[in-house]
Write a protein that binds this ligand. Structure first.
Ligand SMILES: *Cc1c(COP(=O)(O)O)cnc(C)c1O
Length: 391
């Protein structure tokens, strides 16, 4: 035991030396544009609360009312006695919103992804994943026991190449982020849907960062690309980001959802979300649908940031989303830049390997509908003040 502990200490020291050690900062305030951290108030540019709903008064009110009515815990898994009126209504509303037959709630997006892939694929099957997919999608593929193939990021030709020689009897799945979480760019969904149809593979899209933010009504990248349930049979959305609450769902056909209820282990063997979370999310959904201004605001803030960054000579990635990364290369530089910005009163997180590929550590800047134009200008000034080595 002592020896094992020593090994762990050595490993931790190695992480520190490589600037890969991770630590938490304790925030004293609720979510919002400003966060209280380390005894100071800083401008928040790292949250996924894109629409500013995590602290919305209507969402909070629904949460409180439901807690008064139903209590806090759900008491059990959905398949025992934890599936309440609020969960059920939310599922129906999410199905309607996404234009799918059914939707199924999961307790987290991580669990939805593990559960779906492992329920539908097994040994003898194949899963094709974009190189930059979220960890939960990669883990789901590995857990399923299917043959695991990664294609170059958003490279349809490379995917085609990898799919050559795929035996017809194999069940295959193509799995992708919708909006890529660390790069902010969009998956080429139309092309993926076409290739999936040609090869009879199932296409699964995890739109954690597009759901609520993209599309005319906020139904995500799939809405923006006008892809229906036949074209994208498995659609995952998370509720902890733009929806400002917690949890996730999978939307698809009747038979797909019934299969997941029978087989997805991360659905079956876990406690249902608190009913008050489901109630709060129903109110978030109303805000998502009705508040088109939140999406427009993000677009105008992003445009302002891109123009300003260009003037300063900062090189951005090809992203049109609320995620605007600045790649710095080494973990050391990314940490330095993030620390420096925090000193200046701006919280921008440094993202390092293995979350992103080696040599592509970055600042990941995210915008919220609640930011003001002046906040963008202030951030640009702070970025401009970073030492030359960092820019
Ligand atoms: C955040 C995220 C998840 C995980 O969702 P949680 O509800 O936070 O567990 C899954 N997929 C992607 C692409 C994400 O960005």
């Amino acid at each position: 035991m002592q020896l094992k502990q020593n090994n762990l200490c050595v490993q931790l020291d190695e992480l520190k030396r490589a600037d890969l050690y991770r630590s938490r900062r304790v925030i004293e305030s609720g979510q919002g544009i400003y966060l209280h951290v380390d005894g100071r108030k800083v401008l928040n540019f790292c949250s996924n609360d894109y629409l500013g709903l995590a602290n919305h008064p209507d969402v909070i009110a629904s949460f409180k009312q439901a807690a008064d009515k139903y209590g806090v815990g759900s008491g059990s898994a959905h398949l025992v006695c934890g599936h309440g009126r609020e969960h059920h209504a939310l599922e129906e509303e999410l199905a309607d919103f996404t234009g799918r037959d059914r939707a199924l709630l999961f307790s987290t997006g991580y669990m939805a992804n593990l559960g779906v892939i492992a329920a539908l694929l097994g040994k003898g099957d194949i899963v094709y994943e974009d190189k930059l997919n979220h960890a939960s999608l990669l883990d789901g593929g590995l857990l399923s026991g299917a043959r695991f193939k990664r294609y170059l990021h958003n490279d349809i030709d490379n995917l085609r190449l990898k799919m050559q020689g795929m035996a017809a009897e194999h069940q295959a799945m193509i799995v992708t982020d919708g909006v890529f979480s660390m790069d902010g760019d969009f998956a080429c969904l139309a092309a993926l849907a076409e290739i999936a149809e040609q090869s009879k593979a199932l296409l699964m899209v995890d739109d954690a960062h597009g759901f609520g933010v993209l599309g005319r009504t906020g139904a995500g990248l799939v809405e923006q690309c006008a892809l229906n349930q036949q074209q994208v049979p498995l659609l995952v959305g998370t509720l902890g980001k733009a929806f400002g609450t917690s949890g996730a769902f999978v939307a698809g056909s009747e038979v797909m959802i019934e299969t997941l209820i029978q087989k997805a282990r991360t659905y079956i063997y876990t406690t249902a979300l608190p009913p008050a979370i489901a109630a709060a999310t129903r109110t978030s959904l109303q805000r998502v649908k009705q508040d088109g201004w939140r999406r427009e605001k993000i677009n105008s803030l992003v445009a302002r940031f891109q123009t300003g960054a260009k003037q300063l000579g900062l090189s951005l990635m090809p992203s049109e989303s609320a995620i605007q990364p600045i790649v710095l290369g080494s973990s050391d530089l990314a940490m330095q830049a993030s620390d420096d910005l925090l000193q200046q009163g701006f919280w921008v997180s440094a993202i390092r390997p293995p979350t992103v590929p080696q040599g592509s550590a970055r600042l990941r800047i995210t915008f919220s509908a609640l930011h003001q134009e002046q906040h963008i200008d202030q951030l640009l000034e702070a970025l401009d003040r970073l030492p030359g080595s960092v820019k």
